[in-house]
Design a protein around this ligand. Structure first.
Ligand code: PLP
Length: 431
């Protein structure tokens, strides 16, 4: 079977696994083990010396996690992947794998709040500087780049603004300067493949759509295998300098016999080894179950969200609907360019003219939609950012992130659309 000829929908069920070599089981087994018996001391030495790849210890790799990694890498068109304990650890590793104290990276301002905190505060404490660029102006990334800039970072479909990131524009700037673009594609699985548009690395919080069932926290980093690290060696000392923690290995050299995977190899054998944010085999199994139905679920998510956005436009008290499929101008061009098949995602924002009180009342009146700080569950979810996720920010800072007092964020699920609309309708009537 030539995986390169298969569609992502098929790869979601087949990539990385045919049947269990030990038992012929067709479902991916949960290899709930910490360690693995070496054949002999020679085998053990080869594994530790990276002359042969294989299982050593589950903090570094595990056969169940391996299937998830291979599957997501194949679906994304990447070379290899690394599963980790959360989306947050995926973001942390993706940047730390290139940056050390004294370095900087340029990031879009439109970010998940947890990512913003990590970049603005925790990385700062580590001596890594995040430089914030306006995604509406791709050239701002170039202007902030210098010799110590190790990567660019952005989200495909950041909420609450829901304006799609200019992936090709910024990756073209980066490739000319030798700077790889890392894209958090959490909100756009299947209907955007950032690697096709020039991104070098893709990461996901698998906690959201990939899991789908709201059971597990996890993350993954996918190495596109498409970035020319070699020609820009000096920009990447962590990949091109002998690593004292691994007998002086130079990752760009060590990876050569294994494929274009120097970046993800280092993330595994250095960061995962040292920091230990490993995904558990049970969670990897849960994500595999999610991935298998992701192509079907994501279509239903997006179709339902389009219906909700269309419905909200004509409702009394709703002053604005924020949804990529309703945008015009440059924001719409980007949505049409980067989101495939007319799918515009499952996130919908809207503003109520009654401000904070109306937002709270709407949320408190919902009966079917859950009131949770999450996105990407199979169930429909709602939150009022001004009184929750963004409540620590001043009204001015809230506005800068796209949150107004009456803003409500919906993450539309896969229930019957009529039931979702009925619940929103009855809650709006109570506002
Ligand atoms: N990236 C995005 C876009 C997110 O929405 C989230 C979580 O909400 C994360 C990253 C962090 O993921 P996790 O909660 O799995 O650590």
């Amino acid at each position: 079977m030539d995986a390169s000829k298969l569609h992502p929908d098929t790869l979601a069920l087949h990539a990385g696994f045919r049947s269990d070599p030990a038992t012929t089981a067709v479902a991916v087994p949960i290899y709930q083990t910490t360690s693995y018996q070496f054949r002999d001391t020679d085998h053990a030495s080869k594994l530790f010396g990276l002359q042969e790849l294989g299982n050593i210890y589950t903090r570094i790799m595990n056969p169940t996690c391996d299937v998830l990694e291979q599957r997501l890498a194949a679906m994304e068109g990447g070379a290899a992947a690394l599963a980790v304990a959360s989306g947050q650890s995926a973001t942390t590793f993706s940047v730390m794998n290139l940056c050390e104290a004294g370095d900087n990276f340029v990031t879009s301002t439109d970010l998940y709040g947890g990512t913003w905190n990590l970049f603005a505060n925790t990385f700062k404490q580590m001596g890594i500087e995040a430089r914030f660029a306006d995604p509406a102006d791709p050239d701002s990334f170039r202007k902030l780049t210098d010799d110590k800039t190790r990567c660019y970072y952005a989200e495909t479909l950041p909420n609450p603004k829901l304006e799609v990131f200019p992936i090709k524009e910024v990756s073209d700037i980066g490739r000319a300067l030798g700077v790889p673009l890392i894209v958090d594609n959490t909100a756009a699985p299947m209907f955007c493949r950032p690697l096709d548009h020039g991104a070098a690395i893709v990461m996901y919080s698998t906690t959201k759509y990939i899991g789908g069932h709201g059971t597990s926290i996890g993350g993954v980093i996918i190495d596109g295998g498409n970035f020319d690290w070699e020609s820009h060696k000096d920009r990447f000392p962590l990949l091109s300098r002998p690593d004292p923690s691994y007998h002086g290995a130079v990752w760009l050299e060590a990876a050569k016999p294994l494929g274009p995977i120097a970046y993800i190899l280092r993330a595994r054998v250095v960061l995962l080894r040292d920091i230990g944010a490993a995904m558990s085999p049970l969670n990897a199994f849960q994500f595999i179950q999610g991935v298998e139905t992701l192509p079907l679920r994501i279509r239903r998510h997006c179709e339902n969200a389009a219906k909700v956005a269309d419905f909200l436009v004509s409702q009394d008290g709703v002053t604005r609907v924020i949804y990529p499929g309703h945008m015009d101008g440059e924001a719409r061009r980007r949505a049409d360019t980067y989101l495939n098949n007319g799918l515009f995602g499952a996130l919908v924002g809207f503003e109520l003219d009654g401000g904070v009180d109306a937002g709270r009342k709407f949320i408190d009146s919902l009966e079917l939609l859950y009131h949770v700080a999450n996105i990407g569950d199979a169930r429909s979810l709602a939150i009022h950012p001004a009184s929750t996720t963004h409540s620590q920010l001043s009204e001015e800072d809230q506005a800068a992130t796209g949150v107004t007092p009456g803003y409500v964020r919906l993450s539309i699920g896969i229930e019957h659309p009529d039931d979702i609309l009925a619940d929103i309708s009855q809650a709006l009537a109570k506002v």
